[in-house]
Design a protein around this ligand. Structure first.
Ligand code: DLL
Length: 432
């Protein structure tokens, strides 16, 4: 690994001291901007009795009131916007589960910041100018398609903007235009493999896969890499931080997700109390954007669960800290018969069973307050319900019943996969 492998070595490999002093000065700037230009921030800080000049160094961070998804929803559409509306150039949105969306606004500089983060991710995955990149997340209010597009343009790649769906055509284009880089929502990687198996085809020119938007357990990463003959990367970002790639990705060392720390300050807190959690311990990720203008987030409670793996320089030469792959969301946790578990733990356990495919449903049945869980999964011949139940009992401590479906037997969604269904026992089977 040499400095030439980094898009911006002067920023990506800067010393920790330099990085921290850059963060501190950017933090002061963003606080002033929020106070002077953003009505919702000013109101929040007034109520908390906080003024930007009260902020001296990282030790004062805990005094800064944070915001959550609910604050952003309540302030829809422009509450946290800081600046002049005539400077706006793009809008993205996350739909969420409740009706009101969260809007993310971009100035020209914000679009450039996004493209820079995303282009660093492409370069980190080994992409070179002129590489054909197939962008399969959808183009629209979802940030996935456009973010990967803006970054690919910045990195000088040859863009094939297929967007979501029509997998047979995706395969055809990948073969005809010799796609080297495939970008997708994690579960779409699985869908691509099914289609290749159905057609009895390979993608001989494919070398790099950039996957994200959903948890990406190592076992699935290995399965996808092996079948497609690629190196797979885990890319991270969210609407509120400015979209895909803004928070970073793993490097060829695959030792955690490098966070672009010159653009974002991250903390890990205890999801219940909100207090700081030491490095290495799991908790909720809190993010402050240091360089975004239209809608900076300051101490945003992401709801994502992870931990800080390392702050020292990586074998790849980058100095930006590394996070463990996201294991799930605070609000994803399920409690059945007193046992707490996350869908990602079910996924991880299922994939340890030979012949089981990465398509499953977790059905929570609620019978007048008594909860029961069923797990349906697709599997090849030879996998029995008993085998699945026994393995889940070993790994999760309880044995959910469920059905085994043949490959392709469970419904698919465009975009992020829906895994958890809540139903009463007399409802029809979840998802059809
Ligand atoms: O999912 C951005 C994205 C698009 C990332 C394409 C990667 C690829 P949202 O729709 O706002 O944005 O959803 C953000 O998705 O808070 C996480 O819970 C989850 N998420 C995103 N990336 C990962 C990942 C996009 N690499 C929410 N691993 C986040 C696990 C992820 N979860």
């Amino acid at each position: 690994m040499t400095r030439e492998d980094l898009l911006q070595p002067e920023l990506e490999a800067m010393s920790r001291d330099q990085l921290e002093s850059l963060q501190l000065s950017r933090l002061r700037t963003v606080l002033r901007r929020a106070w002077e230009g953003g009505p919702a921030y000013r109101e929040l800080y007034r109520k908390a009795g906080f003024r930007p000049e009260d902020f001296r160094d990282f030790g004062d961070l805990a005094k800064l009131p944070g915001i959550g998804k609910e604050d952003l929803r309540l302030a829809y559409p422009y509450g946290f916007f800081c600046g002049d509306p005539r400077e706006l150039r793009e809008l993205h949105m996350s739909s969420g589960s409740t009706g009101t969306p969260i809007a993310m606004l971009y100035t020209q500089a914000d679009l450039e910041q996004w493209a820079e983060c995303m282009a660093r991710c492409y370069r980190m995955a080994g992409c070179r100018p002129g590489d054909p990149v197939q962008i399969t997340p959808s183009f629209g209010l979802f940030n996935g398609g456009f973010g990967m597009y803006h970054g690919a343009r910045r990195a000088g790649l040859f863009v094939i903007p297929t967007g979501a769906g029509n997998t047979a055509r995706q395969v055809r284009l990948a073969r005809d235009f010799r796609t080297r880089v495939f970008t997708a929502v994690v579960s779409y990687g699985v869908r691509l493999i099914e289609e290749l198996d159905r057609l009895g085809l390979d993608l001989p020119d494919l070398e790099i896969g950039v996957f994200g938007a959903e948890t990406f357990p190592d076992s699935l990463k290995q399965r996808i890499s092996r079948r497609l003959g690629i190196e797979a990367f885990d890319i991270y970002g969210m609407t509120e931080t400015g979209g895909v790639g803004t928070l970073g990705q793993d490097c060829p060392d695959h030792s955690g997700i490098h966070v672009w720390e010159d653009h974002y300050l991250v903390e890990i807190v205890d999801p219940a109390g909100g207090g700081p959690v030491p490095d290495g311990q799991p908790g909720e990720l809190v993010v402050t954007s240091l360089t975004r203008l239209a809608l900076p987030v300051i101490r945003f409670r992401t709801g994502d669960l992870t931990r800080i793996l390392a702050r020292q320089a990586c074998a790849c030469g980058r100095t930006h800290l590394r996070l463990a792959p996201i294991t799930g969301r605070v609000d994803d946790m399920l409690i059945v018969k007193g046992i707490n578990f996350f869908p990602s733990q079910v996924e991880q356990a299922l994939l340890e069973i030979p012949g089981v495919l990465p398509n499953y449903q977790i059905i929570i049945e609620d019978n007048q307050g008594v909860k029961n869980v069923r797990i349906n999964v697709e599997a090849g011949p030879g996998v029995t319900g008993f085998m699945v139940e026994k393995h889940l009992k070993e790994r999760l401590g309880f044995s959910p019943k469920g059905d085994i479906f043949p490959p392709g037997g469970l419904p698919r969604q465009e975009g992020k996969a829906v895994r958890v269904f809540h139903q009463r026992p007399d409802d029809s089977p979840a998802g059809g």
